[in-house]
Design a protein around this ligand. Structure first.
Ligand code: KG4
Ligand code: ZN
Length: 336
């Protein structure tokens, strides 16, 4: 039925969500996800529990993606999967499943780098950025400024030397007593607050970031104020969230501004889970208006972990004939 088309089945299992997607000739036909809620009670992802949940979820999620796209297993041209970076046990489930299915269907395998895929999520959208562009990639595990010359030609210009931006949201949120992941909760609460508290902006050379000092300054600030007023957090939660979010935005945009100055690029994109943050989205759009830059921000479903971004990357690798060996194994610290 789809003989003249390139049909990619994509699998994403790098952390705690199991994703499967069908991409036909570079267009998203289905994008399914099984979110794991088991970790909520622990305040962070428990790797062993994540792998077990992936094992339970992977068959139904792939099945759903195939059904929603209106295809059959025989229509699939190749299987793309996240090879890394991520949690070893989680990656192992997706990689093993992809290998077994590719072997049984006798079709090629395509390994995908999770962070490269976050950037290429922009090509799942109707409005696509032109090359070259700078991408601020902000997730739970990474914070990078990447110069994107072509689909598969990317250079990391700077990155965090300790915590990622998403971790900064999650750790600050934990100090406020918010559930994991705290990023979306801080986002929501910040909308009714004002950034009345200020936290120091780290002075890190070149285009690198650091968020560990920020987390410590939030901790000391809260300890000091809670000592004077045990209800300090409860009484000031919205303003605290707004102040925390605002500081993270200032840290990110300050470096992005420097990258633009150094590399003279007019098209700016943002990717990764933290790019779902409404304050950051608005601040970047405002930055674009002020500085006459074209800004690209993916739809929410393509910001946080999803399999469509793996499939889009898989599609461009398929066009180049860039296939993986059947002996491929997960690479938790995979380099871009
Ligand atoms: O890209 P992602 O889904 O997974 C990784 O590859 O890490 O990013 C997850 C991160 C978490 O730290 C989460 O708190 C953060 O993205 N996040 C947000 C928002 N939505 C997700 N942070 C701030 N505001 C949001 N709306
Ligand atoms: Zn991610």
């Amino acid at each position: 039925m789809f003989t003249n088309k390139i049909v990619i089945l994509a699998i994403e299992s790098s952390c705690d969500d199991t994703g499967a997607s069908i991409i036909i000739d570079g267009k998203v036909k289905s994008n399914c996800i099984a979110t794991q809620t088991i970790h909520d009670q622990y305040g962070g992802v428990i790797p062993e529990l994540a792998s077990r949940q992936h094992q339970q979820n992977i068959v139904p999620v792939v099945d759903k993606a195939i059904t929603e796209a209106g295809i059959t297993l025989q229509d699939i041209s190749a299987i793309a999967f996240t090879r890394g970076p991520g949690l070893l046990g989680s990656l192992l489930v997706g990689v093993s499943f992809a290998k077994a299915l590719a072997m049984s269907l006798d079709i090629p395998l395509i390994e995908v780098h999770h962070m490269q895929a976050h950037i290429l999520a922009h090509f799942a959208m109707d409005k696509k950025p032109e090359f070259p562009f700078l991408c601020l990639t902000v997730s739970g595990g990474h914070t990078q400024i990447v110069l994107v010359r072509d689909y598969l030609d990317m250079e990391i210009l700077g990155q965090t030397i300790d915590d990622a931006a998403g971790e900064a949201f999650d750790k600050a949120g934990k100090l406020l007593g918010l559930p994991y992941p705290a990023g979306p909760h801080i986002d929501k609460l910040a909308r009714n607050g004002k950034p009345v508290y200020s936290f120091p902006i780290p002075n890190i050379p070149e285009l690198n970031f650091s968020f560990s000092g920020f987390k410590t300054s939030v901790l000391y600030f809260l300890q000091k104020n809670v000592q004077n007023n045990p209800n300090f957090i409860k009484e000031n939660l919205e303003n605290l969230c707004s102040s925390i979010q605002n500081t993270i935005i200032v840290i990110l945009l300050k470096k992005l501004e420097l990258a633009i100055k150094l590399h003279k690029v007019d098209t700016i994109a943002m990717a990764g889970g933290v790019s779902a943050n409404s304050g950051l989205r608005e601040a970047l759009l405002q930055f674009g208006r002020t500085n006459h830059k074209k800004i690209f921000i993916p739809a929410f479903e393509y910001c946080t972990d999803n399999a469509a971004m793996i499939g889009i990357t898989g599609y461009y690798k398929y066009l180049k004939g860039d296939f993986a060996e059947l002996s491929v194994s997960p690479d938790p610290r995979m380099k871009m």
